[in-house]
Structure formats: structure tokens, C-alpha cells
Design a binder for this molecule. Structure first.
Ligand SMILES: *Cc1c(COP(=O)(O)O)cnc(C)c1O
Length: 408
């Protein structure tokens, strides 16, 4: 393989240092396999952080993109376009929603959701009803409003003053929510399963209770399904597994299968508060993004594929349990479907990044969710032999880390 002009060192020379990428540079992907500049092969359990729901370069997504690339790339929202209308029709047919707003990322979809919740309350009840209730450890994106609604202080630090009127409560604590919610609450915002916060599943009773409290106080229930959506948990959206319907739902990440797109879904009545001119995005509803997302949704919204997600989870969990039986590193396997968290036990607390780096050296790409949890969010159609090969790599990595000891 020829030497590239660009190396990991180039990153430090030309990029803002807000990321710390791994030492290798991937250059090609196919399905759940990735190759780096040196031609080394990796099994991808990371899925681009729950994005590559159909793996890398899925042939049907590649042709959807190429087909649209030959037709029309961009118009702006001065015009509507067929791919956007098709995708919005698919989303409204497949979910509770009746109206869709397109954005380019999860943060932007949430920004739209929080603004709509405020605007809806302002329109119907007045400016005093603006308070947003969210939860500790929640992650909603990196814009100033979304880090402010998010429940991790470290992402806000140094960026204050933050937008006001936001309260954070312990997740899964219904009594705390009952005590805090009031007539001034415009929205309760949650991830049905907290992703970045450590793969913490919302208790069914908590989610049902939150729905009832929102109804009582005329507050909107907003589900951030940026990570849990589009088949990730074995249903099209996680709310479908809770018996609770939100008023607003945001989706991004897997929606584009690797092409940037986000969407906010809601009802006709709530959408009505976003009258002409209240919100917008130049790229939102871009034909290329919508053509790809439309194909992703068509493929993923299929009972057989969704049941496959549940079956593949069993294979992951069995392999993780086998690793744990030998090495005793995990306290718990968390999540649903192919959103998998392996929480480290107290001996290995804070060492998740060490396991991630060791796994990568053994040819398996995994993620972390905070310092104590190894996270996997692979392709929803990852072949069983790739699960086995990736788990063999992870097992070797765990053996190596354990042999070196927790203080290495
Ligand atoms: C990743 C994520 C976001 C932010 O999405 P971006 O596309 O990075 O802006 C928001 N909410 C949740 C739950 C996420 O996992």
C-alpha cells in the first residue's frame, strides 16, 4: 500500500484539538469490516456511534445516493423536493407523528424540538410557561441550548452564560419529577435509554409516570431518540417498546446510515406553533440526505430485520458473558437490542478507554459511554461470523488488559 501524505500527525497540525482520534486512519469500509491506511482489517462494533445502521457502503444506500447525485443536490427551503416529501411520508406513516421538520444532525433536531416546545407553550399559555425539565447524565448534542438541556456539567463548563429555565433531575426518579413539574413546565425531555450517559434504560413506570405528569400540567413529552431510533433496539423507535407516545421525537444518527440528516417528529396540533418564519435550516431536507434516509428507513422498518436485531443482541450478550466468566471485568450488561453497554466492575472503574484501545489493537472497534462503560452499537445487519470474529478480538484485548493489571 502506498504511503499517504496524510497521517495521524497531520491531525495535530491542522485540526482544532477538541477530538483525540485513535492512532490509525480508516480508509475503506464494507459491511461491518473496515480497513486502515496500512490495510489492517477491523471488525466494527462501533458503527460510527450508532450511525452506520446498515454497515459501511451498503449497496442499496450507495445506489440511492448515486441516483440522487445525478438528479438534484440542493434547493434550499424556498422549494420543497421529492426525496424530503417521501421521507416525511414514510416517517409519519411509521410513527405517531403527523408532521416532520428536517435538520442535519441530532443537536439540530433537538434544538428544533426545544424551540418548538417553548413556542407551543408561549402560543397557548404565555411566556411564563417556558421551563424545561431534563435529566442528569442526559446527552442532547453540543449546541449551547442542547448542552444546557443535557445533564453533563462538563459539556457546559466555560460556555456560560447558558440559556435559563432548565432544571435537571435524577433519571428514573418519578418522585423528583412529580415534585419539580409545574404549570410553568413546557417540556420534559428524555432519552428512553440514556446513551452517552452510560446506557441507562428508562424504567417503564418512570416513563409512564412522566407521560401522566406531562398530561396533567400541559407539558410536552420530548423523546430524544437520536441514538435509540431507527431499529437500534429492535423496534423502529424505542418509544414503541414503552407503551408511551411522546409529543415530540427527535431522530438522527442511524436515520442517514452515515449521511448527515436529522428530523423532529410531532403532531399536527403541536407543529402548528412553528408558523412560517419561526424556524429553519438551509440544508434541512436536503435531497441527497433524504434520498439516502428514505432507503435506510425502507430497509430497517421491516419486522424480520428488527427481530434479527434482538437475536443478534443475544449473541453479543452471550459472548460478553463468556468473556466475563473468564476475566471478571463487567458488573452488568445493559441496554436493549444492539445498543449494548458492558459496565466495568469496581476493579476496572474509569478504565473503559484502556479496553477500547486494546480492542482496536486486536482489530475490534468498540465505543465507550463515559469512563466506566464499554459500548457497542454495530450495524443492525452485522453477520454472525463478524460478531464472533469481533468478540474473539475483544476477548484477547480483555485478557491483555487484565494480565497487565488495573494500574498498568
Ligand atoms: C449523538 C446524540 C445527539 C447529538 O447528535 P449530533 O448528530 O452529534 O448532533 C443527541 N442526542 C443523543 C441521544 C445522541 O446520542
Amino acid at each position: 500500500m502506498t504511503q499517504s501524505t496524510y497521517t495521524r500527525e497531520t491531525f495535530d497540525q491542522v485540526m482544532v484539538p477538541n477530538y483525540a482520534p485513535q492512532a490509525i486512519i480508516p480508509v475503506k469500509g464494507e459491511g461491518s469490516r473496515v480497513w486502515d491506511q496500512e490495510g489492517r482489517e477491523y471488525i466494527d462494533f462501533a458503527g460510527g456511534i450508532a450511525v452506520n445502521a446498515l454497515g459501511h457502503c451498503h449497496p442499496e444506500l450507495v445506489s440511492a445516493l448515486k441516483e440522487q447525485a445525478d438528479k438534484l443536490w440542493h434547493l434550499s427551503n424556498v422549494y420543497t423536493n421529492e426525496p424530503a416529501l417521501k421521507l416525511a411520508s414514510q416517517l409519519t406513516e411509521a410513527t405517531f407523528a403527523e408532521r416532520v421538520f428536517f435538520a442535519n444532525s441530532g443537536a439540530e433536531a433537538n434544538e428544533a424540538a426545544f424551540k418548538l416546545a417553548r413556542r407551543h407553550a408561549f402560543t397557548h399559555y404565555g411566556a411564563q410557561k417556558h421551563e424545561i425539565i431534563a435529566f442528569h447524565q442526559a446527552f442532547h448534542g453540543r449546541t449551547l441550548f442542547t448542552v444546557s438541556v443535557g445533564g453533563q456539567q462538563k459539556y457546559r463548563e466555560g460556555f456560560e452564560p447558558a440559556p435559563g429555565g432548565i432544571t435537571h433531575l435524577p433519571f428514573n426518579d418519578l418522585a423528583a419529577l412529580e415534585a419539580a413539574i409545574s404549570d410553568n413546565t413546557c417540556a420534559v425531555v428524555m432519552e428512553p435509554i440514556q446513551g452517552e450517559g452510560g446506557i441507562i434504560t428508562g424504567d417503564p413506570e418512570f416513563i409512564k409516570g412522566a407521560r401522566a405528569l406531562c398530561d396533567k400540567y400541559n407539558a410536552l413529552l420530548v423523546f430524544d431518540e437520536v441514538q435509540t431510533g431507527v431499529g437500534r433496539i429492535g423496534e423502529l423507535y424505542a418509544y414503541m417498546d414503552t407503551g408511551v407516545t411522546p409529543d415530540i421525537l427527535t431522530t438522527a444518527k442511524a436515520l442517514g446510515g452515515g449521511f448527515p440528516v436529522g428530523a423532529m417528529l410531532t403532531t399536527e396540533a403541536i407543529a402548528a406553533s412553528f408558523v412560517v418564519g419561526t424556524h429553519g435550516s438551509t440544508y434541512g431536507g436536503n435531497p441527497l440526505a433524504c434520498a439516502v434516509a428514505s432507503k435506510v428507513l425502507e430497509i430497517v422498518n421491516d419486522r424480520q430485520l428488527l427481530d434479527g436485531v434482538k437475536a443478534k443482541r443475544e449473541r453479543f450478550v452471550a459472548a460478553l458473558n463468556a468473556i466475563n466468566a473468564e476475566h471478571n471485568v463487567f458488573s452488568e450488561i445493559r441496554g436493549k437490542g444492539l445498543l449494548i453497554g458492558a459496565a466495568l466492575n469496581s476493579t476496572w472503574e474509569g478504565k473503559a478507554a484502556k479496553f477500547l484501545a486494546a480492542a482496536r489493537e486486536q482489530g475490534t472497534m468498540v465505543l465507550v459511554a463515559g469512563p466506566n462503560v464499554l459500548r457497542m452499537a454495530p450495524s443492525l445487519v452485522i453477520p454472525d461470523e463478524d460478531i464472533d470474529a469481533g468478540m474473539a478480538g475483544l476477548a484477547k484485548a480483555v485478557a491483555e488488559v487484565v494480565a497487565a493489571g488495573p494500574d498498568a
